[in-house]
Write a protein that binds this ligand. Structure first.
Ligand code: ZN
Length: 166
């Protein structure tokens, strides 16, 4: 089991950096990094984590909802719905602060897996929201940049028993 890594906290300037695309797939270092990111996300009870958040400026993120972890490398979002929906979001890099954030309700994700195999996934609801949140991290953006209203999020986090998103 790989060790969790420290997560950068707002307002660390590194969170504003734009991540570089990954060109070397299937390497041991990439596998180890992904394992560390999954361990970090699980330890902090997040549902997503971008490499940017551990100070690694590569186009890499992990997401874990009900199914096993999903690795997103060089993710692109295509075919967004016209519809936006506001919901409450949090971030492992912005502890204790939550906010209402408008996001596309449906989208198509194009990304690569750890071995460099391209895949496409249709996402809606929370899955679509987390993809947009992690994609933003890889482009130096936080939910704070998009939030229409900040909230404490405490009731919701308690009810779900999780720290929302990553
Ligand atoms: Zn986040």
């Amino acid at each position: 089991m790989k060790s969790p890594r420290p997560v950068l906290q707002y307002p660390n300037d590194q969170l504003k950096k734009i991540a570089e695309p990954i060109t070397d797939f299937g390497t041991q270092i990439l596998r180890d990094t992904v394992k560390e990111m999954i361990a970090t996300m699980r330890r902090l009870r997040g549902i997503g984590l971008a490499a940017t958040q551990i100070g690694l400026h590569k186009q890499l993120a992990v997401i874990e909802l009900k199914d096993g972890p999903l690795v997103l490398i060089n993710p692109q979002i295509s075919r967004c719905s016209k519809k936006l929906e506001e919901d409450e979001e949090g971030c492992l890099s912005v502890p204790t602060v939550f906010g209402m954030v408008p996001r596309y309700t449906e989208l198509v994700l194009d990304a690569f897996d750890i071995d460099g195999k391209p895949y496409t996934a249709e996402a809606h609801g929370l899955f679509a929201r987390v993809i947009q949140h992690e994609y933003d991290h890889l482009h130096g953006k936080l939910f704070l940049d998009r939030s229409t209203r900040l909230t404490t999020g405490l009731d919701r986090a308690r009810a779900l028993g999780i720290a929302l998103t990553g």
